[in-house]
Every structure is written in structure tokens, then in C-alpha cells.
Design a protein around this ligand. Structure first.
Ligand SMILES: [Zn+2]
Length: 493
């Protein structure tokens, strides 16, 4: 098909409503199917028979080689700032020759159906454009002025590469990747959809790009979604460090789940205990929102962790409060994850609960300096650090010591002596109570939503930040309510 014809078709399609487009596509496809369904080739099958399905009648799918209909989603968009919508995607405040006509001015709170997106690079930071249906018209608006009501819906939007010589490069550029070749348009579309809200940095090869995508997808499977603030960007090194810590914590948690529930699924174990979790890369050195003290990282209410530049480093460091024990960058990430246990569980103490106190109080009263019978001996622990091989805490406050203890259990970082073994047993016994509490009493998605709403006082935007990963954890195959139900039935049996 000549380019001119394609451009004409696109220009026409641009004027159609979604229903008209779908009807046209169906019409064209029925025509194509009619043509290709005559003698189906008896050559090599186009789809390998996946183990079985003997040589019976071919399944009633479209004939070999027939084009599959691309399935696109739509999503509802709510205007977040006064914005003009126009009859085309080419407008640019900086260039008066870009003059697609204004159709209407929408105000905050107005809604439109978003049916697709394109990029218009001359508009710089406003290059992302949504194709909208508004008032029965097809119009275009700046993507940043619309909040979408579904992340999965937004990821399924159709991408229309209008008049771009290199759509793959343009898509990669919006996520901070400049690779000239080796990435297909489909991969670039997937990456742009997945990484829409963040930017990568220092991706210098296709292999690195694929590794980054792989990490982001695996993190979602753990109930973790990445964010950015203060011009932060995710380097491949940052991604590897965070992933190592999450994967190690998941392994430690999976090992605790196995004897309780009778099966091993590390990602499930992490999701249930620590998901939903947002991990944000800040471009600042100090992420302390309250004062001057230098914080490398912070954990907001047990739901969002923010890492600044200093959180990522080579080799080891020590803290002022515990100069005798070292920690790595991965240990620091695991420590911030471990804070979730104390910040989230329990929401309230009820009679008969598996947990009778907040973790910090219980740890201080019953574990840190406990007398403990183990391997035929009775110990009296004399200091917080006895038995532990890592400390990444900012102080010796009780919420910090329990957090390091949980992180040491996740990472299996105990001293190689009887005290280390005793600490491991203490913490294993304790985390069994926390896990039992979480599965039996802490509740599913609705409870998480209301818990997050209550914790808005720490960050007004917390509910909006957590919405996307909650949506993913509410959708098969990661439906948290179903997972909790299954685990709960194993717990009582
Ligand atoms: Zn801490």
C-alpha cells in the first residue's frame, strides 16, 4: 500500500467514532476472511499443535494467515486542569503554524472517553496526545490533562503513529530510552504502555532494555509498581538492586509460607504480605519531607517507599546508630520493605487476634531482650544486635529495630553461631503470627483501599498513587481477594 493511500485512510479513520471504526474493521475483516478461507494451505501448521490435539478437524478459527483483529480498549478520562480539545493532534503553544482547530474548552472534572493516543514530538513535554470521544465528536487533547480511571484500560489503548518517521524511537524516547534499532514497534508500544509514568536512564543496549522491561513486569507480579518524583529516573542498576531485594524478601517470605500453607509460591507470599507497594525513585539526595536530617529513603504509611540518589551505592556502608554492622544497597531496600510489617499490621487489636500488639511493641517487650530456650540452652539476649549480621536502620527506635529483625529474617542474615540460630527461630515464630494475622484478619482489597484512605494524612496523593497497583492486584490472575480466600481455607484445615 502506498504511503499516500495509508495517510488518506488514517485521515478518514481519524474522523470516525469508535463504534464506526469497529464496524468498519469488522466489515473489512469479514471480507478478508471470505477471501482467505478458500483452500487452506496443507503446509506446515502456522500454530504448532501444543502437545495433543490430534489430526482431527481444524479448530474453527480464521484460516491460516488470516489477520487477527487487534483488540483495543477505551478508558474514561477525567480532566484535571482546564484544557482545550481540538479536531486534530497537531497543536503546539510554541509554534503558531500548528493550528488544529479548537472544538471546546474542558474544565476540571469533565469527562471524555479515551480511545487511543499518539505522539506529537514538537510539543515537547506535552507530546502525548489522547484521542477522545467527547459530545459525540472525535477530538484530541493533551494526555497530561486527563486522569484515566483504569491503568489496564490505558495500557490497551490504540497507538496511532501519525506522520512519524520513526514511531519506535519516539515511543522509546518517552520512557527515556534512545536505541536506534533492535527493538520492534510492538515491543516499544508495550514498553511505553508499561512505563508510561516513569523514565529509565542509562539504557545502552537492547539487552539492558529487555532486562528493564522484564524486571518491571516481574515486580508487578510481586504487587510492586514503580514511580518517580523530583525528576527521578530508574537506571538499570537501580532496577537490579530493587529487584534483588524484592526477590530475596519474596524467597524469605515464601519459605515462611510453605510450612503454614503446604505449598511454595514466593511471589504470592510477597504480594500477600507486602503488596500493594509503590517504589518511587526521587531525583533528590535527601527524601526527608519533614526536616533537614539526611534520609536516603522513606516508607510512607507502609505503602510507598521513596529512594533518593544516596540509596544506591556500591559495596557497604554503616549507620551512625550501629557502626559495627554493615549494610548494602540491597539491604537498605529490604529494610524499607520490612517497615511495611510494622506500619501496616495490625490495623487494630481485637480480642482473640493472632497479634496482640503492634510489631514494634511486641518485639521490644517479648523478643529483643528475651530469655530464650534453644538447643538445650537458655539465653538472655543483652543487645539489639545480638544474632544479627546486618543493620540498615536510621536509629535504635523500636519501629527501626523490629524492621531490621524482619529484614534479617527475609534475607537470612544471622550470625553464624547459636545466637544467630536462636534469633532466626524467634523471628520465624513471630512472623508466623504476623502471616496468620494478615491472612485471617487484615482483609482484602476493600480493606486496603480504606486503610490507604485513612493514611492520606501522611500524603494526600497516596490513594491516587496506589490505585494502579491495587487495580492489578484486583484483577485475575493476581486477584488478592481470591488468594486470601484460598490461603485462609488452608490455614483453618
Ligand atoms: Zn528504617
Amino acid at each position: 500500500m502506498a504511503d499516500a493511500t495509508l495517510a488518506q485512510v488514517q485521515a478518514l479513520a481519524d474522523q470516525l467514532t469508535r463504534d464506526e471504526r469497529e464496524s468498519l474493521i469488522q466489515h473489512l475483516q469479514s471480507g478478508l476472511t471470505a477471501v482467505t478461507s478458500t483452500p487452506v494451505s496443507t503446509g506446515p501448521a502456522t500454530t504448532p499443535a501444543a502437545g495433543g490435539a490430534a489430526s482431527g478437524p481444524a479448530p474453527t478459527q480464521a484460516g491460516a494467515g488470516a489477520p487477527t483483529a487487534p483488540t483495543f480498549t477505551t478508558v474514561n478520562g477525567t480532566v484535571n486542569a482546564t484544557t482545550n480539545v481540538r479536531n486534530g493532534y497537531r497543536y503546539n503553544a510554541k509554534d503558531s503554524s500548528d493550528t488544529d482547530t479548537k472544538v471546546a474548552t474542558l474544565k476540571a472534572g469533565d469527562q471524555a472517553v479515551i480511545t487511543g493516543y499518539t505522539l506529537y514530538p514538537p510539543a515537547g513535554e506535552y507530546e502525548r496526545r489522547f484521542r477522545l470521544e467527547w459530545n459525540n465528536q472525535v477530538v484530541w487533547g493533551t494526555a497530561s490533562t486527563f486522569d484515566v480511571d483504569s491503568i489496564l484500560g490505558r495500557r490497551g489503548l490504540e497507538f496511532m503513529p501519525f506522520n512519524l518517521e520513526k514511531p519506535t524511537n519516539e515511543l522509546l524516547a518517552i520512557i527515556g530510552v534512545s536505541l536506534d534499532n533492535g527493538v520492534s514497534l510492538d515491543q516499544a508500544k508495550e514498553a511505553a504502555a508499561l512505563l508510561w509514568d516513569i523514565e529509565l536512564s542509562r539504557i545502552t543496549s537492547v539487552e539492558m532494555f529487555q532486562e528493564a522491561l522484564d524486571i518491571v513486569k516481574k515486580l508487578e507480579n510481586y504487587g510492586v509498581m514503580l514511580g518517580v518524583e523530583a525528576s527521578g529516573k530508574w537506571s538499570i542498576g537501580n532496577l537490579r538492586t530493587v529487584f534483588n531485594a524484592i526477590e530475596s524478601t519474596a524467597k524469605g517470605t515464601g519459605a515462611l509460607f510453605e510450612p503454614i500453607f503446604g505449598f511454595r509460591d514466593d511471589a504470592l507470599a510477597f504480594r500477600v504480605m507486602y503488596g500493594p507497594l509503590r517504589i518511587t525513585r526521587s531525583g533528590k539526595d535527601n527524601v526527608n519531607p519533614f526536616g533537614d536530617a539526611l534520609w536516603y529513603a522513606r516508607n510512607t504509611a507502609g505503602y510507598e517507599i521513596v529512594f533518593g540518589n544516596r540509596a544506591f551505592f556500591e559495596n557497604t556502608q554503616t549507620t551512625k546508630s550501629n557502626p559495627g554492622l554493615f549494610y548494602t544497597s540491597t539491604d537498605l531496600v529490604a529494610h524499607e520493605v520490612a517497615h511495611i510489617i510494622n506500619w501496616r499490621y495490625p490495623r487494630e487489636i481485637k480480642p482473640g487476634s493472632a497479634l496482640t500488639q503492634k510489631p514494634a511493641n511486641y518485639y521490644e517487650a517479648k523478643i529483643a531482650f528475651a530469655s530464650y530456650d534453644f538447643e538445650g540452652q537458655t539465653f538472655k539476649f543483652k543487645s539489639y544486635n545480638e544474632g544479627y549480621a546486618m543493620a540498615a536502620r536510621s536509629s535504635n527506635g523500636i519501629h527501626e529495630t523490629v524492621t531490621d529483625a524482619v529484614a534479617c529474617l527475609s534475607l537470612d542474615r544471622f550470625t553464624d553461631d547459636i545466637k544467630g540460630r536462636a534469633r532466626k527461630q524467634q523471628m520465624t515464630d513471630y512472623m508466623r503470627q504476623v502471616i496468620t494475622y494478615r491472612v485471617r484478619e487484615h482483609g482484602g482489597v476493600d480493606n486496603l483501599v480504606s486503610d490507604i484512605a485513612k493514611k492520606r494524612s501522611t500524603d494526600l496523593k497516596l490513594p491516587a498513587k496506589m490505585q494502579p497497583i491495587l487495580e492489578i492486584m484486583s484483577t485475575a490472575p493476581l486477584n488478592l481477594d481470591n488468594e486470601l480466600h484460598d490461603l485462609g481455607s488452608k490455614l483453618t484445615s
